[in-house]
Design a protein around this ligand. Structure first.
Ligand code: NAD
Length: 338
């Protein structure tokens, strides 16, 4: 295959970044079609990204017969529907996290995908492609810290994002599905174990409006793993210093930490505020390289006929745990994940 012909569904905050990467940076890819409900985004795709065919409906885009792959970066509550439609159109499918907001929808997509074994089907967990996380995983697999038994992981957004999130939460499923689904995937990746039980607490401490949406601005979960290990997972919408994604993996012979400080670069500034480093402000600033590597990897898998490492089961398990956390938070109880 010379070039993988790609269509994209969703050109919003993140979809636009994928579209830019696919059109200008990813090798062996050609973005031939794009779909969004928003006409400004379609104009941007056509006029700035030079995407030749744009659509207001995913059905119309998927009726094209020249597509090899579709990237789904639409609103979370539409992922499963778009995923199944793309599989039915006969193309390889990459979808942003999370696959869906309940396990039943995830399993529907999995069942559909199993009937089409020649089409690759993946849900993206970008941290696995971030060079620091990938290096940490290699060290853990080489035995550098012995057997990992405890993962602490957090996803922390800047407070300035909170007003946007008040609307976004209506389709994203709330903090556990939207933020902590990444941390859940990391726990599974580093320990090789599913999460057995969760106990989640939290509240809308600074932005009371999240409580009216049955959500929070800070949450904390204690997890017992099926293999006897443990994890502690935190999410926050109220940081003032920067986007602060951080993970620590503790093993029987050492530990490693990924992401601290949330520094923009290696420059240290000494001024009237003290000795300090500037911080990354958004998830995209932090994971820009990972997003590009992840997008390239899926195209490479198609070109090389190489099966992607991430499976739909990974996505289903992440949604299973995020669903249990959401229930635990709302019911104020320990919840079994299965
Ligand atoms: N991996 C990460 O760190 C990360 C970060 C941000 C967002 N995301 C995920 O990316 C996805 C998109 O997030 P976003 O912030 O770009 O959202 P957004 O609201 O900015 O954009 C959503 C896009 O989906 C399109 N869309 C929605 N329903 C549609 C439909 N029925 N048909 C066609 N297009 C439709 C909209 O037109 C828009 O272009 C979400 O699932 C989110 O969880 C992941």
């Amino acid at each position: 295959m010379d070039k993988v012909k790609v269509g994209i569904i969703g050109l919003g905050r993140l979809g636009r970044r994928y579209a830019e990467n696919l059109q200008f940076k990813v090798q062996h890819a050609e973005l031939v079609a794009a779909c969004s409900l928003n006409s400004d985004e379609l104009d941007y795709a056509k006029n700035v990204l030079q995407v030749p065919h744009v659509y207001a409906s995913h059905e119309d885009m998927l009726s094209r017969t020249d597509l090899d792959a579709v990237y789904i970066i639409s609103s979370t509550d539409k992922h499963a529907e778009h995923f199944i439609a793309a599989l039915d159109a006969g193309v390889h499918v990459f979808c942003e996290k999370p696959l869906a907001l309940n396990v039943e929808a995830c399993e529907r997509v999995e069942a559909h995908s199993m009937q089409r074994p020649d089409q690759f089907a993946v849900v993206g967990f970008v941290r696995r492609f971030d060079p620091s996380y990938a290096h940490a995983k290699k060290k853990v697999d080489e035995g550098a810290i012995g057997t990992p038994f405890f993962v602490k992981s957090q996803t922390v957004d800047m407070d300035e994002q909170a007003p946007f999130q008040l609307d976004f939460v209506k389709s994203s499923g709330g903090m556990f599905h939207d933020f902590n689904v990444h941390d859940i995937d990391l726990v599974r990746w580093f320990t090789g174990s599913n999460i057995e039980t969760v106990y989640s607490i939290g509240g809308a401490y600074r932005h009371k409006a999240f409580a009216e949406l049955n959500d929070a601005d800070n949450v904390l979960t204690t997890c017992a793993l099926e293999n006897g290990g443990m994890a502690s997972i935190h999410a926050s919408r109220t940081a003032f210093h920067g986007h602060d994604t951080f993970t620590e993996v503790v093993g029987t012979e050492g530990s490693l930490r990924i992401g601290r400080p949330a520094a923009l670069n290696r420059v240290e500034i000494s001024d009237q505020y003290g000795v300090r480093q500037e911080c990354v402000r958004t998830f995209y600033e932090r994971f820009e390289e990972g997003f590009l590597l992840q997008t390239q990897d899926f195209v490479d898998c198609i070109v090389e006929g190489r099966k992607p490492e991430l499976t739909l089961r990974d996505a289903t398990e992440a949604t299973r745990t995020a669903t249990a956390m959401t229930r635990s938070f709302r019911e104020k109880n320990t919840v079994m994940c299965r």
